[in-house]
Design a protein around this ligand. Structure first.
Ligand code: SER
Length: 619
C-alpha cells in the first residue's frame, strides 16, 4: 500500500460517514504568532473546538502536514519524525465516543485490514480533577468481546501523562482558555521487536517501540478556567493518526524508515554514502527525516536564518549535512530528488517548486562550509596554527566556543566535530547567562503552539478587516492582503503595493479606520455557498479546494438586512465583507483606537504596516 492509497482509504471512509474534507492548512500558520509550525490537525481548528461555527459543518476530515520542532532530538529511532502527515477527523459538538470508537475499529481492521490480535488500547484512568473514562472503556470492551478478544488483556489505563491531550500537555501545564480532554489510543504490537530490559509488556509502560501508537481519539470536552475544568459548550472529538506510523502498521514494518514511503529515500542515502542502513541507522534516519522536513519548510517559502522558522530550517539542514558528512556522503542532491519524488505523489507543490527548494538547500550547504572555515580561521588566528599532523582535538576556551556558537551559529556538537574541545560546564554557564539576557519573545513557540484568542488579538483581527477595506477603497481592488500576523503587542498587515505611501495617505488611512471604529459597527458572520459569497464581493484569501460552503464576516450591515431576492442592500450597508474563520469582536467600538506605527517595504512590490490598537497604545 502506498501513503497515497492509505490517505484515500481514510478520507473516503469518513466522507461516507458524513464528514466534509477540509484543506490542509499552511505548515507555517498565518495569524498565530504563538507557534512556528502547524503541529497537529486540530491546531487550525481551535476556534471551532471552542464553539465557533465551522462553515463546512460539524463533521470534518483531512490530512494535515505537521511539523514538531520539539522532536528534533528524538529522531534516530524506529518511530519518530519531525515532519509527518496527520490523518484527522473531528466532531464539533456532533457525535461522540459511541460513534468514534466503532468507526475507528472498522477503519483499522475492516478498511486497512490490520490484524486484530496486534491491536491494543489505552484509556484514561482519571485523576484528581477529571474522572476515569468508563464510557470509552465500556465501548471498547464491547467491541473486543464481540471480536473474541479479552478486554482485560487488551485495554490498559494511563494517567494524564499518557491519556490526556491538550496542546500544552498535562492539565497543570494548560493555560486558562485552553481546551483538552481524556484520550484513547490504539497501539500496534510488533512481534519482531524485543523488549529492552526493564520494559513492561503493555503500551502504557513500554518505551522501546514494540508498541507503536497509531491512533489517538481525544474526547475534547473540557475547558481550563480560573476555577479548574469546566465542560465545553459542546463535546468534541479530535482524532489524529500519523500517516507514517499507520503505514508502518499496514506494511508490518517495525521501523517507519523501512516502509514503502522511506525505502527509496534510504536507498538513495545508501547509494550516495556507499554504506548500509543497518549499520548506520541513526545517521540515516536523521538525514531522511530532517531533509524531508526541510523540503516542506522550504516549500512554504522559509529560508535558513537565525530566527524562528528560518532557524529551525537551518538546524535541520546542518544536522543532516553533518550526518551525511560523517557517512562520507557524495551528492546530497540525489537524496533531495528522491524525497521530492516520494512526497510529491501526495504534495504536487514539491515537484513544482523543486528547483527553488534545491536552490535554498544547496545555498545553505555552501554557507555552512564557509561558516566552518571561518570558525577554523578564527581559532587559528587566536591560538596559532597548531600541530595538525596527528589531528589532536584542540583545546579552546569555553568563551571562544561560545563565540563560535553565538556569532557563527555552530552548535556545541558541531564545534566538537570541527576538532575543538572545551569545558562543557563553562559553556553551559555562558549559555544560561545568554538565555536569561535575551528576552524570550519566542517563549513557548517551539512547543505545540497556542493559538492566541485573547481579547487584543481578536480586536487586532477585526482591525485587519477594516484596514484591508480602507486600503482597497483608497487604492482600488487590485490591492489585496498578502499576509498578517497579530500579537498582543501589535497588528501587522502585508499587502501588494509598489510605491511608498505618503504621509497624507497614511493619515487618511488611519482616520478612516478610526472612523469605522467610532461608528461602532456590528460584526457578524454568515455561512453561505462559495459562489454566493463571491457574488457578494467577499474579499480575502480562502482555499477553494474542498470548500463548498464558506464563512463570511460582515462589518456593518446587520444580519438579514438583505431581501431574499436581492443581495444588494446588504453589500451596500456592510462596510466590509470578507472570507474569514473568525473570531471577531461583536462591535468595532471595542477596538477603541488605531494608530499606524510604521510602514515597511518588504520587497517584491509589497508593503507591511505595523499598527497598535486599544490598550497597546497606552504605554
Ligand atoms: N490532537 C491529537 C494529537 O495531535 C489528536 O488529533 O494527537
Amino acid at each position: 500500500m502506498t501513503a497515497k492509497t492509505l490517505i484515500d482509504i481514510y478520507i473516503s471512509f469518513f466522507e461516507k460517514n458524513g464528514h466534509k474534507r477540509i484543506a490542509n492548512s499552511p505548515l507555517v500558520p498565518e495569524n498565530d504568532p504563538t507557534t512556528l509550525f502547524t503541529s497537529s490537525g486540530m491546531q487550525p481548528l481551535v476556534p471551532y473546538l471552542l464553539g465557533e461555527v465551522h462553515p463546512e459543518g460539524k463533521r470534518l476530515v483531512n490530512v494535515q502536514n505537521s511539523f514538531r520542532a520539539q522532536d528534533i532530538e528524538e529522531i534516530g529511532d524506529n518511530r519518530h519524525n519531525t515532519f509527518f502527515r496527520m490523518l484527522g477527523n473531528w466532531s464539533l459538538g456532533d457525535y461522540f465516543k459511541s460513534e468514534e470508537i466503532p468507526w475507528l475499529w472498522e477503519l483499522l481492521t475492516g478498511q486497512l485490514k490490520l490484524p486484530k490480535e496486534k491491536l491494543f488500547i489505552t484509556v484514561f484512568k482519571g485523576d484528581k480533577q477529571v474522572e476515569k473514562d468508563e464510557q470509552a472503556f465500556k465501548i471498547w470492551s464491547a467491541i473486543l468481546e464481540k471480536e473474541g478478544l479479552n478486554p482485560k488483556e487488551r485495554i490498559s489505563f494511563g494517567g494524564v501523562d499518557k491519556n490526556w491531550w491538550s496542546r500544552s500537555g498535562i492539565p497543570e501545564n494548560m493555560p486558562v482558555g485552553e481546551p483538552g480532554g481524556p484520550d484513547s489510543e490504539v497501539y500496534f504490537r510488533f512481534d519482531d521487536v524485543k523488549h529492552e530490559k526493564e520494559c513492561k509488556d503493555n503500551p502504557v509502560e513500554c518505551e522501546c517501540g514494540k508498541y507503536l501508537e497509531i491512533a489517538n481519539s481525544v474526547f475534547m470536552q473540557y475547558l481550563k478556567t480560573e476555577d479548574g475544568f469546566k465542560p465545553l459548550p459542546k463535546q468534541n472529538v479530535d482524532f489524529g493518526g500519523g500517516l507514517e506510523r499507520l503505514l508502518a502498521a499496514v506494511e508490518e514494518k517495525s521501523d517507519i524508515f523501512k516502509t514503502s514511503l522511506f525505502t527509496p529515500i534510504i536507498k538513495a542515502i545508501e547509494d550516495e554514502t556507499g554504506k548500509g542502513y543497518l549499520q548506520n541507522k541513526k545517521q540515516m534516519q536523521i538525514i531522511a527525516d530532517h531533509l524531508a522536513g526541510s523540503v516542506f519548510i522550504a516549500a512554504a517559502g522559509i529560508v535558513p536564518s537565525n530566527r524562528q522558522q528560518g532557524y529551525i530550517l537551518r538546524r535541520l539542514l546542518r544536522r543532516s549535512f553533518d550526518n551525511f558528512e560523517v557517512l562520507e556522503g557524495d551528492n546530497i542532491s540525489f537524496v533531495l530528488q528522491k524525497i521530492v519524488e516520494q512526497y510529491g505523489q501526495t504534495d504536487e507543490i514539491l515537484k513544482e517548486k523543486y528547483e527553488e527548494i534545491k536552490g535554498v538547500i544547496l545555498e545553505e550547504l555552501e554557507k555552512y562550509e564557509k561558516v566552518k572555515k571561518a570558525a577554523n580561521d578564527f581559532i587559528i588566528k587566536k591560538y596559532g596554527k597548531g600541530d595538525d599532523s596527528a589531528k589532536p582535538a584542540r583545546e579552546i576556551k569555553a568563551d571562544d566556543a561560545f563565540i563560535l556558537y553565538s556569532t557563527h551559529g555552530l552548535s556545541p556538537t558541531q564545534i566538537r566535530s570541527l576538532g575543538f574541545v572545551f569545558s562543557e560546564a563553562d559553556f553551559a554557564a555562558l549559555m544560561e547567562k545568554h538565555k536569561s539576557l535575551s528576552k524570550t519573545a519566542s517563549a513557548g513557540m517551539f512547543k505545540g503552539g497556542l493559538a492566541d484568542h485573547s481579547k487584543l488579538t481578536i480586536m487586532g483581527h477585526t482591525t485587519t478587516h477594516l484596514l484591508h477595506k480602507a486600503l482597497r477603497d483608497m487604492f482600488g481592488t487590485g490591492l489585496h492582503q498578502t499576509g498578517s500576523n497579530i500579537t498582543n503587542e501589535r497588528v501587522r498587515f502585508d499587502f501588494n503595493f509598489d510605491r511608498i505611501l505618503t504621509a497624507e495617505e497614511m493619515e487618511k488611512l488611519e482616520s478612516t479606520v478610526n472612523e469605522k471604529i467610532k461608528e461602532n459597527l456590528p460584526v457578524h458572520f454568515e455561512i453561505m455557498p462559495l459562489e454566493k459569497a463571491k457574488n457578494l464581493g467577499a474579499i480575502g484569501l480562502f482555499d477553494e479546494k474542498y470548500a463548498k460552503d464558506v464563512k463570511v464576516y460582515f462589518v456593518g450591515g446587520s444580519e438579514g438586512s438583505s431581501s431574499v431576492d436581492s443581495e444588494l442592500p446588504r453589500t451596500q450597508t456592510a462596510y466590509s465583507v470578507e472570507f474569514c474563520g473568525g473570531p471577531h469582536v461583536n462591535f468595532t467600538g471595542e477596538i477603541k483606537r488605531f494608530k499606524i506605527i510604521k510602514v515597511e517595504n518588504i520587497g517584491k512590490g509589497q508593503k507591511r504596516i505595523y499598527a497598535k490598537i486599544n490598550s497597546q497604545l497606552e504605554d
